[in-house]
Design a binder for this molecule. Sequence first.
Ligand code: ZN
Length: 126
Amino acid sequence: MTERVITLKSFFEEVRAGRLTAIRCGQCGELAMPPKEFCPACQERKWVSVPLTGEGAISSFTVIRVAPRGHAGETPYAVAVVKLTEGVSLLGRVVDLPLESLRVGLPVRFRPLVKNEQTVVGFGPA
Ligand SMILES: [Zn+2]
């Protein structure tokens, strides 16, 4: 095996660099993201990394009005499950979109959100 193993850590390093990467099972073709150790479909461990376009559409969202610890002052904000064009879904923070404009099916585009030493997945206007 010469491919780089995609771990959760390297997944977020890629996110920080502005790239979304999924892994595809070399055995059955299942796409997984964020990375898992074993394929949930066939229990194999033959991952191949796949770059994603970062384009997708909101499939569900929640507006957070009471912030978790450490996020006071950021509310209200929304988190959304975005179904990417490649077919995988990913949870991310909604940025640069008015909360009242959010709806299921709204096209969005991935962008990294880097704050202090933390990197999270964000989704902004497509
Ligand atoms: Zn598989």
